[in-house]
Design a binder for this molecule. Structure first.
Ligand SMILES: *Cc1c(COP(=O)(O)O)cnc(C)c1O
Length: 399
């Protein structure tokens, strides 16, 4: 089945057909195999399969045919050697951060990260005697200093939560490799459609399948893609024994979501670029951060790495938190939700929701304060979206 890391077809084709394995019934749609266990023809076969001497499934904590289809489809999409999926993005990220490290190791993260990723590095790894440090993602001198010591793992996100900060992935990859570290790129905001971290030197690519892959806000899922050898020797034993396994049903939902992901991401990114330009000069705004706009302070790095501006933007209201809340409460079409990558346009207030666990001083170090709103643009008619945002911005003025 697996064909190395040079897929025969292009990404959009792989996202429709990749990994499909049919049962004896020849079903058109991917089969949903809801089973925890598997039967053996003989005691000898059970023994050999359990020992890994012959192929085949043994238990759905290890793997499952529907989950395997998803892993192969994602592997082809990203052009990776290996893929494993987990019950949520954080199930995948925690496995990737915990399985390889031991006491005395060093892990460096970019300052701007998804709240829970930052929490794992700031609060959980140090409990196991792992030294951790955060670096301003755009400060190359700070990266050089942080990576002048031997390091095990480096985690970056670009564009990053919550303000779409950039990290120069190729430059950080080079420094990470000199320090003996592997670079993990959280590519959730960009998606595989708009940014290819392996081509920029990443060792691991991370996704939350909950976001653009599902695309309809239905299920949680997570994926890591990386080297076959490390996956088998380091990640597999860890996930088999800790059990963050993805449910076959959720894998099936994500499989079907992937079929339309290139279309959805292209349209959502196009909508986002239009909305950003239409609202950018509204007098209720203090700043807008959209990777595809030249007024983003990290525009050049984003333009070098991304094929388009993406589906996410952040806006800062001149009237601070009060104006930000007035804005959210005045939205009629757009929902207030911390989810993202959905067909529905969603907006949230990071400093009191997604990033509330990050102390205020650390929020400030990533440029975040209570004036910011994060917006995930969906598939609605862009005129309806623009009208809703402009009406809410007018209300935010409080006049
Ligand atoms: C959502 C998200 C995660 C975590 O994924 P879950 O599926 O919610 O566990 C990690 N990183 C980024 C950038 C995300 O948006």
């Amino acid at each position: 089945m697996t064909s190395g890391n040079t897929p025969k077809y292009r990404p959009a084709t792989n996202l429709v057909h990749g990994g499909t394995e049919r049962t004896q019934w020849g079903e058109t749609s991917e089969a949903l195999i809801l089973t925890s266990g598997y039967m053996y023809d003989s005691a000898e076969q059970a023994q050999a399969r359990m020992a890994g001497e012959i192929p085949g499934y043994v238990y759905s904590r290890y793997n499952n045919p529907t989950v395997a289809m998803l892993e192969e489809r994602l592997r082809l999409m990203e052009g990776a050697e290996a893929c494993r999926t987990m019950a949520s993005g954080m199930g995948a990220m925690s496995s990737l951060l915990f399985a390889p490290v031991q006491s005395g190791d060093r892990v460096v993260g970019a300052n701007a990260l998804f709240g829970s990723c930052r929490w794992l590095i700031a609060n959980q790894l140090p409990k196991f005697g792992v030294e951790t440090e955060f670096v301003d993602g755009m400060d190359m001198e700070a990266w050089e200093r942080a990576l002048s010591k031997p390091t095990k793992l480096v985690l970056v996100e670009s564009p990053a939560n919550p303000l779409n900060d950039a990290v120069d992935i190729a430059a950080v990859a080079e420094l990470a490799h000199k320090a003996g570290a592997q670079l993990i790129v959280d590519n959730v905001f960009a998606t595989s459609m708009l940014q290819s971290p392996f081509e920029l030197g990443a060792d691991w690519v991370f996704y939350s399948g909950t976001k653009h892959m599902d695309g309809g806000g239905r299920v949680l899922a997570g994926a890591i893609l990386g080297p076959q050898k490390d996956m088998e020797e380091i990640i597999d034993p860890y996930i088999r024994h800790t059990g963050p396994s993805l449910s076959p049903f959720n894998a099936w939902v994500v499989l079907k979501g992937l079929e339309s992901m290139p279309l959805r991401v292209a349209k959502q990114s196009e909508n986002a670029a239009i909305v950003a330009d239409r609202i950018a000069n509204h007098k209720a705004l203090r700043a807008i951060r959209y990777p595809g706009r030249k007024d983003h302070p990290h525009y050049e790095v984003h333009a070098k790495q991304m094929k388009a501006g993406g589906t996410m933007m952040a806006i800062s209201l001149a009237g601070g938190q009060e104006a930000a809340f007035r804005f959210l409460n005045a939205l009629e079409l757009v929902g207030i939700s911390n989810n993202l990558g959905d067909a529905k346009t969603l907006a949230c207030h990071p400093s009191t929701t997604t990033h509330r666990a990050v102390p205020v001083e650390e929020q400030a170090s990533m440029g975040l304060d209570a004036s910011w709103i994060r917006i995930s643009i969906g598939l609605e008619d862009v005129e309806d979206l623009t009208e809703d945002f402009i009406r809410a911005l007018d209300s935010a003025l409080g006049e």
